[in-house]
Design a protein around this ligand. Structure first.
Ligand SMILES: C[C@H](O)CC(=O)SCCNC(=O)CCNC(=O)[C@H](O)C(C)(C)COP(=O)(O)OP(=O)(O)OC[C@H]1O[C@@H](n2cnc3c(N)ncnc32)[C@H](O)[C@@H]1OP(=O)(O)O
Length: 700
């Protein structure tokens, strides 16, 4: 049976409208592509057709190449065959004597956007999402996107869109020139028809994106931009080749012309050599905020989920939260009512462990209480089959402690989701030295299936991400004790590129969680913790963050935060207890200097995490900082940014602040060594050794 098709209607105005019809997202299956080619050729042949409008049926233009077909492609040559078919088709579109206009509603992603860029113009609704998202699947844009996108939006933006696999909205696309007009869904087809006829009548330009040059940078500037993209790509994922192939294809097009660039494309599928076990059913213990979002992500990716709570009330509250998560998709038109019912039917609520005997993965997501977690893991060991992976969603607690009461250390692994889990894409998979690699490999597979970006890290309190970012709030609180203004610090951090500052973030997370995390760190790393009083003082007065409507900010209505002059009472008391003298020099700092005082301690801790082997490479910390903590992506991640400043300067500043304010700033040995050797912070121990050897030999 054919998997999708196209349909064509020719109007009395001489416009042929071709619809891609492959619900739900009009993916470009091989059947769709053949049908599209047929309809295009027919439209070009017919005398009653003057112009063509390409659109999608339903609320989607096209989500690109049918990714389910990737599984059937055994050899790279097969993918190449698809691309040859498409190349010949895009040539027909582009070189035809009749203009085409793309009418875009909803997603136009990957091959979908690429097809639209072959058209002479693109008209969209405000709901359009446009992006070349191929790299996330291990392939490069194969329908000419590497050539046409830079010519439509400029090289820097095109590389950013491809490297991050992140779509942009209609408004931005319009500003960039990727979309020619944004109109209401009701006007979309008529306006696209009119635009196409205007091109026929020379009232609007006949644009061929492939041969545009006005947005392209000069070759010297282009080379610089491309080289920076290569450096960043190697840093972010040293072993991935396809982003580099993508950059090469873009460069080839700029140096030798777009046709040469098109030929350069040899899409490859990443092969990590992993053989994950099949996970057919998952159990979740605890359906508070985190448990219910994890359950939502799993059922949305077709995993049947058993959800356990201690009583009917908590269970129903959790199920209601999951229903609400799904219903919000229905309201936004992202999910049909039937799909909602089907998805929800994958969820089973329980109050005991009876149904756990058939699960392949159990995830504990209860509050951060060591004793409770230990008890749950002992129960899981008793009720789950022996192959079942036992995972914990703890954000800070050492896994060895959690598994202390079991004999199952080899199958206990951390799956640390980040709040808000439906927005933050990172998943930290925590591996103790005793955990089996098979369990980690299987979890990596589950993580990708539920559309997260998983990184594997070592085990310790806070793991890699929270450890690295714990000093973010700590530094901010220390600066307040030394005279700085709470809101000025938040402003400096948002100006630096964070979506919210440390105080707004603490309000969002809640002071209870912040204090519990602080206690864990204090117990395990007492020498690294700045002993703050400000938050406990506020908690005493029942100010506990956004949930209580009062934290560092005052909240009215939904998420509306305003500064609260009352907090100065707590600040003054905290300064008195800390015995800290306000430093007038701090008040003279501009926002970028304030951001350095907040982020240099984060770099210091990231170095410590790397030095201890909790993170395996600096680029993992770059990814973790962007996807887990919202570090601004354009700065390339925390370690990349640090190396752009230089280890020496960071080290000097931290030492100065250590002397002046607190030992909290003391530079760690990883940082001191790299600063001393003049090496980047990402330099491995081997690089350090090699440099030392060279120095000794040089000295001889
Ligand atoms: C050679 C070319 O250059 C290569 C390519 O084109 S590679 C493909 C690039 N395309 C993409 O990256 C798009 C991936 N898809 C998405 O981002 C999102 O699905 C979307 C934004 C289109 C829609 O999101 P949302 O509304 O939340 O719906 P979502 O549940 O994700 O998808 C609906 C269904 O469409 C399927 N789907 C989405 N994109 C698909 C694709 N490209 N191919 C096949 N199926 C696809 C999903 O698997 C899902 O199936 P299900 O109902 O059986 O679970």
């Amino acid at each position: 049976m054919a998997k999708g098709r196209t349909e064509m209607e020719v109007g009395s105005d001489g416009v042929a409208v071709i619809y891609v019809a492959n619900p739900p997202v009009n993916a470009l299956s091989i059947d769709v592509l053949f049908s599209l080619k047929g309809h295009y050729e027919e439209a070009l042949r017919r005398n009653d057709v003057k112009a063509i409008v390409l659109t999608g049926s339903g609320r989607s233009f096209s989500a690109g190449l049918d990714i389910s077909a990737f599984a059937d492609i055994r050899k790279p040559e097969q993918l190449k065959d698809h691309c040859i078919l498409i190349e010949s088709m895009t040539d027909i579109f582009e070189d035809a004597g009749k203009p085409s206009v793309a009418a875009i509603d909803g997603p136009a992603l990957g091959g979908g956007l690429e097809l639209s860029m072959v058209c002479q113009a693109r008209i969209s609704t405000p709901n359009a999402q446009l992006g070349l998202t191929e790299l996330q699947f291990g392939v490069i844009p194969g329908f000419g996107g590497t050539q046409r996108l830079p010519r439509l939006v400029g090289l820097t933006k095109a590389l950013e869109m491809m490297m991050l696999s992140k779509p942009i909205n209609a408004e931005e696309a319009h500003e960039l020139g990727l979309v020619d007009a944004v109109v209401s869904p009701n006007d979309l087809l008529n306006d696209a028809r009119r635009w196409a006829l205007d091109i026929c009548e020379s009232k609007r330009p006949w644009v061929q994106a492939l041969y545009k040059t006005d947005k392209l940078e000069s070759p010297e500037v282009a080379r610089e931009i491309l080289n920076s993209a290569r450096v960043l790509s190697r840093k972010q994922a040293a072993n991935l080749q396809h982003p580099l192939v993508c950059i090469d294809a873009v460069e080839e097009g700029i140096v030798s012309g777009p046709r040469a660039g098109l030929r350069k494309q040899v899409p490859g599928i990443t092969d990590l050599g992993l053989t994950p076990r099949k996970v057919s059913k998952v159990a979740i213990v605890g359906c508070g905020l985190m448990g219910s979002v994890i359950a939502t992500a799993l059922i949305l990716s077709h995993y049947p989920v058993i959800l356990k709570e201690v009583n009917e009330k908590s269970l129903n509250a959790g199920i209601d939260r999951i229903k609400e998560n799904l219903l919000s998709r229905v309201r936004k038109g992202k999910m049909t009512k039937e799909k909602y019912e089907k998805t929800l039917s994958l969820l089973t609520g329980v109050l005991d462990y009876e149904k756990f005997k058939t699960v392949d993965l159990a995830i504990e997501a209860v509050v951060e209480n060591v004793k409770l977690k230990q008890q749950i893991f002992a129960e899981l060991e008793q009720h789950c089959p022996s192959h079942c992976i036992l995972a914990t969603n703890t954000s800070t607690i050492d896994l060895n402690l959690i598994g202390e009461k079991t004999n199952s250390q080899e199958r206990i692994v951390g799956t640390h989701f980040f709040a808000p889990a439906h927005i933050m894409p990172l998943l930290e998979i925590v591996r103790t030295p005793r955990a089996s690699l098979q369990a980690v490999v299987t979890l990596l597979d589950v993580g990708k299936k539920i559309k997260k970006t998983p990184i594997v890290v070592g085990n310790c309190t806070g793991f890699a991400v929270y450890r690295m970012f714990f000093p973010y709030t700590q530094a901010a609180l220390l600066l307040v004790d030394h005279g700085m203004d709470v809101y000025k610090i938040d402003q400096a951090c948002t100006e630096f590129g964070m979506s919210i500052g440390p105080f707004r973030m603490t309000d969002l997370v809640g002071f209870g969680v912040a204090l519990a995390t602080g206690m864990q760190f204090l117990e395990n790393f007492p020498e690294l913790v700045y002993k703050l009083m400000l938050i406990p003082l506020m908690v005493e007065d029942k100010r506990t963050g956004e949930a209580s409507q009062k934290g560092f900010y005052r909240y009215e209505g939904k998420r509306k935060a305003s500064p609260d002059p009352e907090i100065m009472n707590y600040v003054n008391e905290s300064r008195r207890i800390a015995g800290a003298t306000p430093d007038p020099e701090l008040l003279k700092l501009d926002n970028s200097a304030i951001a350095e005082m907040v982020f240099f301690p984060v770099i210091n801790e990231a170095c410590r995490v790397l030095g201890e082997g909790i993170a395996f490479k600096a680029s993992d910390l770059d990814i973790a900082s962007i996807f887990g903590m919202g570090f601004p992506p354009y700065r390339g991640g925390i370690m990349h940014w640090a190396d752009s400043i230089g280890a020496r300067r960071i080290c000097t500043m931290l030492s100065e602040w250590e002397m002046k304010y607190d030992q909290f700033f003391k530079p760690c040995s990883h940082l001191l060594e790299r600063a001393g050797a003049g090496l980047p912070l990402s330099a491995s121990a081997t690089m350090m050794m090699n440099q030392a050897k060279t120095k000794i030999l040089g000295g001889c």
